[in-house]
Design a protein around this ligand. Structure first.
Ligand SMILES: Cc1cc2nc3c(=O)[nH]c(=O)nc-3n(C[C@H](O)[C@H](O)[C@H](O)COP(=O)(O)OP(=O)(O)OC[C@H]3O[C@@H](n4cnc5c(N)ncnc54)[C@H](O)[C@@H]3O)c2cc1C
Length: 441
């Protein structure tokens, strides 16, 4: 079977990996010059190997890690990530929660929570109660509820909002708790903090650029057409044609706006097109900063206290020397999620985040900034709003599937959602066309 996959982001690549594993011939098309999409490596002349934004995975990303392990081998996976037990530490030292090693997921996390600095006994009890009830599916949010409404209903304290739920909601949904969908947030918590699965809350920080992490390996096994934005799509009962190339079937692994440009001319696809129009987006800005000398940080990533300084831009800072195989120099990455209201230019932003770090760590002087690069991804994620209608992978055409983190995965806009979507689309396509799969073998 000859399959075209349009979009070489993590969804398209997961689909490609699955289809190739089952004997199909895959051609990958992407408008960009390299694979990875919104999670891709970028080479910077002065700062070296960067990404379009600092990413982090967690142990609960079961499909992503299984697919990577299948393609690269378990040992390669171990070498690719710095894997740490859950740790949330604030840069100002007021909060410190870290799971205890060697006690298993549930006990290690529970002990971490009960020994956490910055939470009272009431805070800990309420957080434990929420997670326990979530794990046993006794306090599911209702459709249409925001994260804030749900947390209020769950009697969560101000401290828990400050140190746990606000940072985790912004980090995973890239949408403020006052607007974010409680069902999606609960899904994320259920599969991580409330899960008994070993290692589910482990933090996995990539040690090399995101394209080299896995996308490049999948792409190297497929036929590829880089720098090739698809603008024409013909669908018949026997084949699919993309820019005059003919295929048995295709998977359109594009973001909603790009997909809509391809499907808007098909009047039969009205329902899909209406759903694609329903998405809005949130941005993420990442500032990579090179310093004249290293900074000692107690953890590879530190949280900024948003209640103490609500106007300071960054939520997290990463010490890249602690995990990158080849850090450019003493290098930090500041992450500003949900960043569409930022008005600072890049230079002012770098000054602001460096000041934020100095204030939080109580440093009078900081090493000199020797270089920086900021990425502002305007459509980093879809806005995770309550009641959003997300399409499934199937379309009205048996030979065409759609994929992407925005499809109906039950996850927010994250790598695991993208990979699950790509795998589901590929499985459905191969199931739907068994005669073609048999020919390919
Ligand atoms: C700055 C930033 C930080 C993030 N942090 C995290 C994180 O820490 N953890 C996490 O899990 N997730 C994170 N995410 C989200 C994660 O990156 C995405 O969920 C995931 O990469 C989406 O993959 P995708 O394949 O669905 O879409 P995309 O990566 O958007 O892939 C779509 C592809 O289609 C291509 N394309 C578009 N139009 C056309 C066309 N007409 N023809 C051909 N090709 C086309 C694009 O070039 C792109 O490569 C972050 C995202 C950003 C931007």
């Amino acid at each position: 079977m000859n399959i075209a996959i349009v979009g070489a982001g993590w969804a398209g690549l997961a689909a490609a990996s699955h289809c190739m594993r089952h004997g199909a011939s895959v051609t990958l098309f992407d408008a960009a010059q390299a694979p990875g999409g919104r999670a891709r490596g970028v080479h910077d002349e002065r700062l070296g190997e960067l990404d379009n934004g600092q990413h982090i995975l967690i142990g609960a990303y079961s499909q992503t890690l299984a697919t990577m392990a299948h393609d690269l081998g378990q040992d390669a996976i171990k070498a690719q990530f710095l894997r740490l037990p859950l740790a949330i530490r604030s840069a100002n030292g007021a909060f410190d929660l870290h799971a205890r090693r060697g006690l298993g997921q549930t006990l290690g996390n529970a002990l971490g929570l009960w020994l956490a600095r910055g939470l009272s006994l009431t805070d800990k009890w309420q957080a434990t109660r929420l997670l326990q009830r979530l794990g046993s599916r006794r306090n599911q949010p209702v459709m249409g509820q925001t994260v804030n409404q749900w947390l209020k209903e769950q009697a969560q304290t101000n401290n828990n909002l400050r140190w746990l739920w606000w940072p985790l909601c912004i980090a995973t949904l890239n949408t403020a708790p006052a607007q974010a969908c409680a069902v999606l947030f609960a899904n994320v918590l259920r599969d991580s903090l409330a899960s008994a699965q070993a290692g589910a809350t482990d933090l996995l920080i990539p040690r090399q650029n995101l394209t080299q992490l896995w996308p490049a390996s999948v792409a190297s096994r497929a036929h590829t057409r880089w720098g090739k934005p698809i603008r024409e799509l013909t669908i018949t009962a026997e084949f699919v044609e993309l820019e005059n190339e003919r295929f048995d079937a295709c998977i359109l692994a594009l973001p909603p706006v790009n997909l809509k440009r391809l499907t808007q001319h098909f009047s039969q696809a009205q329902t899909l097109n209406d759903q694609l129009d329903g998405f809005s987006y949130r941005s993420i800005t990442t500032c990579y900063v090179a310093l004249s000398e290293r900074i000692e940080m107690p953890s590879p990533m530190l949280l900024f206290d948003h209640q103490e300084k609500p106007d300071a831009p960054a939520q997290w800072v990463f010490n890249r020397d602690a995990f990158m195989h080849t850090p450019g120099a003493a290098q930090l990455a500041f992450v500003i999620s949900d960043s569409q209201s930022l008005t600072l230019n890049d230079q002012a932003l770098v000054d602001a985040v460096m000041r934020q770090l100095a204030d939080a760590m109580g440093c009078q002087t900081m090493p000199k900034v020797t270089g920086w690069r900021c990425f502002d991804e305007k459509r980093a994620t879809f806005a995770a709003l309550p009641g959003l209608a997300r399409p499934s992978n199937q379309t009205i055409w048996p030979r065409v599937m759609v994929a992407g983190d925005w499809t109906d995965t039950g996850y927010p806009s994250v790598i695991e959602g993208a990979v699950r979507s790509g795998l589901t689309a590929a499985q459905a396509l191969l199931r739907q066309m068994p005669h073609l799969t048999a020919q390919a073998r």
